[in-house]
Design a protein around this ligand. Sequence first.
Ligand code: GUN
Ligand code: ZN
Length: 436
Amino acid sequence: MSAAARVIRGRVLSFTDDPSLGGSRAYSLVDDGAVLVAGGLIEAVGEARDILARAPGGAVIDDHAGSFIMPGFIDAHVHYPQTQVIGSYGAQLLDWLNTYTFVEEQKFADPAHCARVASFFLDELICTGTTTAMVYCTVHPQSVDAFFGAAEKRAMRMIAGKVMMDRDTPERLKDDAQRGYDESKALITRWRGRGRLDYAITPRFAVTSTMAQLEAAGALAREFPQLYVQTHANENKAEIARVAALFPKAESYIDVYARAGLLGPRSVLGHCIHLQASEVALLAESRSVAAFCPTSNLFLGSGLFDQARLRRAGVRIALATDVGGGTSYSMLRTAAEGYKVLQLNGQSWPALEAFYRMTLGNARALSLDGRIGSIEAGKEADLVALDPRATPALAHRMETAGGDLQVELFALMMLGDDRAVRETYVAGEPRKGAAA
Ligand code: GUN
Ligand code: ZN
């Protein structure tokens, strides 16, 4: 991390609470604002004239007048080994895994391939304004080493883990209950808490793990209660039927994970679309997080996430790309598709709620809100500068926004993508130029 001070000037927007809760004011906006960053942290935020007056001599000034300065986006569920699976034609979940994904993931036995893809993936995240993600690697420990190595080089805050799979997958992608446990533990020892890195115990899903392996993952979670757990659940109807056949004693798909000790406040379960009432209750009671992956759910024809139902039940929710089932690295594109999914379910999603979710909401879902997700003194300086007039179509649309924040943010979310990202700051340093 560089110690040089920097002033980042623009329309500083940051959330203080969840706007869906209806509190008085869940965000702060300073139209001619600035953020003073140094040593990787936010030192001060406020009116540009005040921040410029207190900035040390020699501070670099980045003027993004007219652009929003927001916390860097957070992606709560994504697969880095699927950058060459994204956009694969014509299949639903189980066929898609067998036809494309498990073929591609075998290439990660080669550390050089892991390193190349990890670099590509992280640079792509930076280009789209994402500064933190919760990431699946493959079954190969070298895929985790390559990923964390590339994240450390970029000083990015990342959570990741080795996929555990001991059945229903090609031989070359299988570990077993003991080996999955041992390899995960060695990776935890090597990487967890190093710089900005953290580890997620990663049994892929109940289809590809025996109960012995899920229990081994649960044992790791008990040994290391500060670690994350990530897996998939209730994404696709054929998948759910398969889980019911594989685990006849369990009451439901989510109950399989409950029995294995895999639910809890640091557990993030991708998808959670087709849930029984008892499963919703298990998620809520355990404080587990359901990750809404709209582009993936549409692309794989999986179904429509029921945000209103989960909210009513008090289930914690995150938003995620799920690349390569998901079709975009961009959280803006992801939120736009999320809006459309909710529309199909007769639900709505104001832009303020969507931007909250991409920033502070996802930071809270990942228990990282003490460090990232808002623009406050002492937080880590992961920021994105977003130009609401970046493209001709955006500039044209903004002519009729009338300076209304909600209208501007909604149009930015519906029309924006990586072209709207003027700059991405990771630990206070501008990284988009280097990543592009
Ligand atoms: N379920 C198990 N593995 C995967 C995966 O890689 N992508 C998606 N979308 N669902 C899964
Ligand atoms: Zn996934």
